[in-house]
Design a protein. Sequence first.
Length: 159
Amino acid sequence: MRRLIESGAVRGDRFLQIGLRGYWPEPETLAWMAEEGMRWHLMDEIWRLGISEVMRRAIAEALDGPEFIYLSVDIDVLDPGFAPGTGTPEPGGLNPADLLRAIREVTLDTTVVAMDVVEVAPALDPAELTAQNANRCILELISASAAKRRQAQGLHPAS
């Protein structure tokens, strides 16, 4: 993220992060992020306001300028109880249901042109919870995209 911004490939105000928590980013990085115009929503905000309200605000911010959305899901946004197979597990993250709802909302309310799921380390999770949750993130985007397309065609999403 930082390299993209510093190289000039992407403007800082085009990045929006949801679910930051723990000891990172440190104050110096937060200051740099603010200088670059980056926007973020901490887990504390999600706990206080709820995922639906934070997503409503985040979607409005994401659509402040860009026409298209690239959605990158860092699997460590989930609490490590749901995604232990990641390089930076940090307690207090989202549960899978909230993450899937968030992906669905972004997909239905914006023009998502691509998505990735990063930080999945299967070797660190012999129970495969992390990979299963990453897989479900992708399926959620696909199903929401299909429902959106059916609605645009005047068809009932589930028919």
